[in-house]
Write a protein that binds this ligand. Structure first.
Ligand SMILES: [Zn+2]
Ligand SMILES: [Zn+2]
Length: 187
């Protein structure tokens, strides 16, 4: 399968995905944190707008340039870690806070060819009329979780460029965004 290139909007951060879309999940996520994260990185996503993502394991990512430009941020200390490209401000990736949970996504817009992902296979946190949310395409999501468990067990979780696998800490200092700031990003 041909590698699928990605880059930030100025091109300083770049790399490629292998095994897409066979080894991942093409989804949209309606959760508040995805929208707040996108808006933190300069988007202006209105309420109800989902973020389009491709979810896979870190072993399928190869960042070939601009690693030193990646700035991680979180909305709470153990929350999902989102990675912004400092050079142009766009959001690139998200990972878990702990690299031993090897699930990583890329904002679909960063891919050279979003069409290569094929159709959406999952919608996460879709709001329901009762004020709750549900997942559509749970099987696609479950497949990614199973793949992550496999990578945790077979040691492939270590194939990440975003964490020091000895200390399990991100390669750059994490910015903690306050609850007030998050709320402002959602208004
Ligand atoms: Zn989300
Ligand atoms: Zn850039």
């Amino acid at each position: 399968m041909a590698a699928l290139p990605f880059r930030c909007s100025c091109g300083t951060v770049a790399g490629e995905l292998s095994n897409a879309p066979a080894k991942g999940t093409h989804l949209v996520c309606y959760c508040d944190s995805c929208r707040a994260g996108a808006n933190y990185c300069g988007a202006s996503m209105a309420a109800g707008t989902p973020l389009q993502l491709y979810l896979t394991q870190p072993e399928h990512f190869r960042i070939t340039q601009g690693l030193d430009q990646l700035a991680p941020f979180r909305f709470s200390p153990r929350a999902i870690t989102r990675w912004q490209a400092r050079c142009c401000g766009v959001q690139m990736f998200s990972t878990q806070a702990d690299p031993k949970l090897p699930i990583m996504s890329i904002v679909a817009e960063r891919l050279a060819n979003v069409g290569a992902l094929g159709p959406l296979t999952c919608k996460a946190f879709v709001p329901t009329s009762g004020g709750k949310s549900r997942h559509e395409g749970k099987w696609a999501l479950a497949r990614s979780v199973i793949a992550a468990l496999r990578a945790k067990l077979n040691g492939n979780w270590r194939k990440t460029q975003l964490f020091d696998v000895t200390t399990c800490q991100p390669i750059a200092d994490v910015i903690l965004v306050s609850k007030d700031d998050k709320r402002a990003l959602l208004s």
